[in-house]
Design a protein around this ligand. Structure first.
Ligand SMILES: [Zn+2]
Length: 210
């Protein structure tokens, strides 16, 4: 079998890939990230785990169900190609948690690592922010990834509908403006997040009335 230019087909299994797994808070992204790292490491592959703004603090990848490990903290200035080039041994894969908070340039660096260094990249993140607008890093991942997967662990709004949006709650009210990235549940600053269905995110309704 050949393609329309007479070339043999390329096996879909050949070569490294950029994979993006997305979903709202609590859909199991960080748990899957840790599981993938474990599975690859068991195969004798060497990888790096990256995160940013983890709920457990810098240089951590933590999962709400209680797993965690050390991670490289991705700051806005970090060049991911230089990070990989500076490792003492070859890197086979990258696990990138909270990847929607990476810069557009960093997402492009991930694609270059796939194409030029044959490194498998597994990126995990939210698609949209507290206003239901796409994060720039997430948008670039949708544009560049070889595979995009919506995570299937269901998260529900209080009403029982599927939870789609990460509402930012400031002093008990759904926020409509503010910085795109604000980490909640820190220092009693009155900011937290709650997964809501589209309808209740639009209405700003955090629970059954009365
Ligand atoms: Zn709802």
């Amino acid at each position: 079998m050949t393609d329309d230019r007479g070339r043999p087909p390329v096996s879909p299994a050949a070569g490294a890939a950029l994979r993006f797994f997305w979903g709202p808070m609590d859909c199991g992204k960080s748990t899957l990230a840790l599981q993938l790292d474990y599975n690859h490491a068991r195969q004798g592959r060497r990888g790096l785990v990256l995160s940013t703004f983890d709920r457990a603090g810098p240089a951590q990848l933590s999962s709400r169900i209680g797993l965690s490990r050390e991670a490289v903290e991705v700051t806005a200035e970090l060049d991911l190609r230089e990070l990989v080039a500076g490792q003492p041994a070859p890197v086979h894969y990258l696990i990138c948690d909270e990847a929607s908070f990476y810069t557009v340039a960093q997402v492009e660096q991930l694609a270059q690592l796939v194409d030029e260094a044959e490194i498998d990249v597994y990126a995990f993140g939210l698609a949209t922010d507290f206003r239901a607008r796409m994060f720039p890093g997430a948008q670039r991942l949708f544009e560049l990834a070889d595979e995009v997967s919506r995570l299937q662990v269901e998260v529900w709004c209080w009403c029982g509908r599927r939870g789609l949006h990460n509402a930012r709650i400031v002093d008990g009210v759904v926020a409509r403006e503010g910085a795109q990235v604000v980490i909640g549940d820190t220092d009693g600053d009155g900011v937290r997040y709650q997964v809501l269905c589209r309808r209740h995110h639009q209405r700003g309704q955090l629970g059954p009335a009365g």
